[in-house]
Design a protein around this ligand. Structure first.
Ligand code: G6P
Ligand code: MN
Length: 460
């Protein structure tokens, strides 16, 4: 079928683009990437949409300045009204953070109090974040479908992406949503730097779930350079000589540690190159040992990236001078590339989340997997991976069941399924840990989670 060719592009542009989660610290960087690629992805209007208008109003002048440095003609709109944000829009970039950084802090600190990994998207923290995000994401999809162009695409960065993708598949299977993550592409940038080639010169093969997968090959000019990478990783992990120059977004000391941890991971399982997030599942004890339960990554981000951007915004308001306060890099460039490929049916090859449908032959048909895909105007066409070895299959199936149970817990409001999801996560050692963490999290998330009911009360 060549359907995608017939009904491909809604318009050749210029496009109306809405950014949902306009108040994010990532917004200026994404908009800068849009400006850099304006010739290839023409824009008529950029709309920032956020339910937290106060926060968005702090970021908006910075975004407007970034736009005006490149274009006088692009209309710029800042709104908390869905109708204003989405009417006639051709693309929506979604990057919501339900509960903002203060809830991320809870996601990280509550498990740590019980001696369990405290992380934004992995372990109990990721599950808690999933319970907060699935239903608001569905609300966003419904609003976009109500107001936007009928062929509009939502390109979604909202975390925890694996769980969000599964929730969307279950609740809105026909929605034009493409779930993406910048972690593989950030790793690819390091891979390219280590091999001394341009990022575009590297073609990878990869399989897994989001934040739970492995690179199997890294081809440059048709030659698999994985043997060379193994040698580098054995000494330095996936760290490049100058992390900040390779990818400023992932260069804080905690990220440097994460890149280094690829070394022990590959020392044990040298076959494939793991996604950095595998550290939380395969070496949780060391991770917990090195985490400070009173000062987690959320604190680092609030005291670092967020503070710096807010200060620059205040300074800009006062002086009209905008300092270099945000990262322009892989995160923004990737979402713009994906949108371009959707818009113009470019069939570029990117790692994205898709329903498996046989791409990984020995995983369930309906699993939401992360694999290479050609991005067409009708969405991603997954590239066949074939069968994966039993060790990886076993790990993935456990994680998949955990994430699917969490989605079912959210949809059904089931305490038991939430407890099963928490228990099934590899970072959680016992059912007692799972229950203690879940119960604390129910309390901390009372403003956000659907009510979880117990089917069996007092053993009856
Ligand atoms: C990577 C992941 C994102 C995650 C981010 C956290 O980019 O792909 O899913 O949100 O790291 O970074 P941060 O600097 O906020 O800890
Ligand atoms: Mn990610």
């Amino acid at each position: 079928m060549t359907d995608h060719v017939k009904s491909s592009v809604h318009t050749k542009g210029p496009f109306i683009l809405a950014i949902a989660g306009g108040g994010s610290t990532y917004t200026p960087g994404i908009v800068k990437s849009l400006m850099v690629k304006l010739a290839e992805f023409p824009l008529a209007e950029i709309r920032l949409y956020d339910i937290d208008s106060e926060r968005q109003n702090v970021i908006a002048p910075v975004v407007e300045k970034v736009i005006r440095d490149h274009s006088d003609s692009i209309k710029f709109t800042v709104t908390s009204e869905p109708e204003v944000a989405f009417s006639g829009a051709h693309f929506v970039f979604a990057q919501m953070r339900v509960g903002q950084y203060s809830m991320r802090e809870q996601d990280e600190k509550i498990p740590l109090r019980h001696g369990v990994v405290g992380q934004e998207t992995c372990g109990p923290g990721g599950l808690a974040y999933g319970l907060r995000t699935i239903l608001p994401m569905v609300e966003l999809i419904d609003l976009v479908e109500r107001y936007a162009d009928k062929k509009a695409w939502i390109v979604n960065y909202s975390n925890p992406a694996a769980i969000v993708a599964e929730g969307v598949r279950r609740l809105r299977p026909d929605a034009r949503v493409l779930n993406i993550c910048d972690m593989p592409v950030a790793a690819m940038r390091n891979i390219a730097a280590i091999l001394g080639v341009d990022r575009d010169a590297v073609t990878v093969n990869y399989f897994g779930l989001n934040h739970f997968g492995w690179f199997t090959h890294a081809f440059v000019d048709g030659v698999d350079r994985m043997p060379e990478l193994r040698k580098h990783v054995a000494k330095f992990g996936l760290l490049t000589e100058d992390a900040a120059a390779t990818d400023p977004q992932h260069a804080d000391p905690s990220w440097v540690k994460t890149w280094r941890n690829i070394q022990p991971l590959m020392e044990h399982f040298p076959e494939y190159l793991p996604n950095p997030y595998m550290q939380y599942y395969l070496m949780p004890n060391q991770i917990v040992e090195h985490q400070d339960p009173d000062y987690t990554r959320a604190n680092e981000v609030m005291d670092g990236r967020e503070k710096k951007l807010f200060a620059a915004a205040a300074e800009y308001k006062k002086t009209g001078i905008l300092s270099d306060a945000f990262h322009v890099g892989v995160h923004g460039a990737f979402i713009v590339d994906v949108a371009r490929s959707l818009a113009f049916d470019l069939r570029q090859r990117h790692l994205v989340m898709v329903e498996n449908r046989g791409a990984i032959a020995n995983l369930p048909y309906d699993a939401m997997v992360e694999v290479p895909a050609y991005i067409t105007s009708q969405g991603p066409e997954a590239i066949t991976v074939g069968k994966i070895p039993l060790f990886y299959k076993g790990l993935i199936e456990q994680q998949l069941a955990c994430e699917q149970l969490l989605v079912e817990a959210t949809i059904e409001g089931s305490y038991e399924k939430a407890l099963q999801a928490f228990t099934l996560n590899r970072t959680v050692p016992t059912m007692q840990h799972a229950k203690a963490i879940l119960d604390d999290m129910i309390e901390a998330n009372s403003d956000y989670w659907p009510k979880l009911k117990k089917a069996f009360v007092d053993g009856v």
